[in-house]
Design a protein around this ligand. Structure first.
Ligand code: ZN
Length: 214
């Protein structure tokens, strides 16, 4: 559930984390959702999800408009993160509105993200929460990931940015960066778990508009 809250399963249910210390705190800025348009979500099998996306070089009005559409599309699908190729756009951009394990809500976007190597001086704790993805609708699988991640990149004006996160937000940062390099979380599962996720997807009906595969 790095794109997606897990409404139907156990595991981490972050909707119930509001007693945590950071509850109500927001890091980042709420987007102006009146500016964007929701676009349908691409799903596993669509080639745009399975190859590295293009590096962004133009920090212009078109990029701003893309980010607006990505936020609105993410909210329409009830996601907590969205990569540009999930609305069919071949560009290294992701947006997020995602809680961490302390209940802090992180909101923002990163252009041309690169995941930093895991810091050598930090204990490498794996968080084995459930993960899902708007591009693998209705499926979930347990996937261990480091509980800390940092991403460097640029903002929409081309300024350097660095975003770091822990817990569920760290999972989100890793998941969204993976998307832009052509990887879905199911690519990190065992063959058997991947098959099971695809079966869940085949049997479920997404609650948002998707792009049909040919
Ligand atoms: Zn995803």
């Amino acid at each position: 559930m790095a794109d997606q809250h897990d409404h139907d399963h156990d595991g981490h249910d972050h909707d119930h984390d509001h007693e945590e210390s950071g509850a109500g705190k927001i890091v980042g800025e709420l987007p102006d959702t009146s500016k964007g348009t929701a676009r349908p979500i691409t799903v596993v099998g669509n080639p745009v999800l399975h190859r590295e996306t293009k590096t962004v070089t133009a920090f212009d009005a078109e990029l701003s408009a893309l980010i607006d559409d990505m936020f609105v599309s993410m909210y329409a699908a009830e996601g907590v993160g969205l990569a540009a190729n999930q609305i069919g756009v071949d560009a290294k951009v992701f947006v997020y509105d995602c809680p961490d394990d302390e209940g802090v809500r992180h909101i923002g976007h990163v252009i041309n993200p690169v995941l930093e190597p895991f810091p050598a001086d930090r204990p490498r704790n794996l968080d084995d929460g459930n993960e899902g993805c708007l591009s693998v609708p209705t499926a979930y699988a347990e996937l261990p990931r480091p509980d800390y991640a940092a991403v460097t990149g640029q903002d929409k004006d081309g300024n350097p940015v660095r975003v770091e996160g822990t817990g569920f937000f760290a999972r989100c940062l890793q998941h969204e960066t993976d998307h832009l390099y052509g990887f879905l979380y199911i690519d990190k599962l065992s063959k058997r778990d991947r098959k099971d996720a695809l079966k869940q997807m085949a049997e479920g009906t997404p609650r948002y508009a998707t792009v049909p595969n040919d």
